[in-house]
Write a protein that binds this ligand. Structure first.
Ligand code: GUN
Length: 284
């Protein structure tokens, strides 16, 4: 079997276009457009690229897109003051603080300070708690992107066996909660899981989010399964590889996301969607 490729690049472009139409309709009705504010502290090269991309794509669909670039030596107090300023500004609908933060700043304290109604990353404990309770506040962007791709790939998720590999706050845990909400039977596997290949073999849906290149092998995959690869690993030759051995898995799976061009592009599209969701919840 050769798997169908799940085209995240196309799905993300479509989602952005749809959000762009909604923003245009707000503007045509004389309403303010949603405002997305991304905060970058320091000079991490990958973070700089991500922030520039978020800034550009938000502007492209007509949002008020602002990036706040702060020096690496910014104190925690100064960053908290910036967040307080954005929280208080009615024109700000979404606040995203790009991670990782410099070591001298307590990430948890910063996330906790963001108004949960503007937390478009979905990382505030209030939003994580709502998700754990089966309700939805703002949902983390990458997990949301995974779910949109799955819903596009499969007619129904109800009753399917889903195995999530990885238990991070940013991806593994929230994607498991979303799969549960979609009535999947969910297993969260992690570094201490015994016989991971056997666990993965049960899955109708595999979500790999571990950050280890090509760790998931083709013979771990149940024939016909749907594979969502969240990993983006830079290889020594400069190329990108996912957490799944794509060449092997594509021979067995029913459908699979490529890297790049799978989950990655969906993340920013979902950030824009969250910004519109936050706007509507706060300003109607
Ligand atoms: N750094 C890498 N991924 C993310 C993300 O989803 N959100 C934030 N804020 N920072 C990141």
């Amino acid at each position: 079997m050769t798997a169908r490729i799940i085209d995240g690049k196309a799905a993300a472009a479509e989602l952005r276009a749809e959000i762009g139409r909604e923003v245009a309709a707000l503007e045509a009705a004389g309403k303010p457009v949603p405002g997305l504010h991304v905060v970058l502290v320091g000079e991490d090269p990958a973070s700089k690229v991500y922030v520039a991309s978020k800034e550009k794509l938000a502007a492209e669909i007509g949002m008020n897109s602002v990036a706040h670039r702060l020096p690496a030596e910014t104190t925690e107090a100064a960053l908290l003051a910036k967040i307080a300023e954005l929280n208080a500004d009615d024109g700000v609908d979404g606040i995203l603080v790009q991670l990782p933060l410099p070591k001298h700043i307590d990430t948890g304290r910063i996330i906790d300070a963001i108004d949960p109604a503007k937390d478009v990353d979905g990382l505030h404990p209030i939003n994580a708690g709502l998700l754990a309770g089966g309700k939805t506040g703002l949902v983390p962007c990458t997990p949301l992107g995974c779910m949109l791709l799955l819903k596009q790939a499969l007619p129904s998720l109800s009753g399917l066996e889903a195995v999530v590999i990885g238990r991070s706050e940013l991806v593994g845990r929230p994607v498991a909660q979303l799969l549960l909400q979609a009535d999947c039977t969910v297993t969260i596997a992690h570094s201490r899981t015994r016989d991971l290949p056997a666990v993965v073999k049960r899955a109708d849906i595999v979500v790999a989010a571990v950050g280890r290149p090509r760790m998931v092998k083709g013979d771990w995959i149940k024939p016909g399964a749907t594979v969502i690869d969240v990993g983006i690993n830079r290889m020594p030759d400069g190329k990108l590889a996912g957490d799944v051995d794509y060449a092997q898995a594509a021979e067995v799976a029913g459908a699979i996301t490529p890297v790049p061009g799978g989950v990655g592009p969906m993340t920013i599209a979902c950030l824009l969607r969250n910004t519109l969701t936050a706007y509507r919840a706060r300003r109607g």
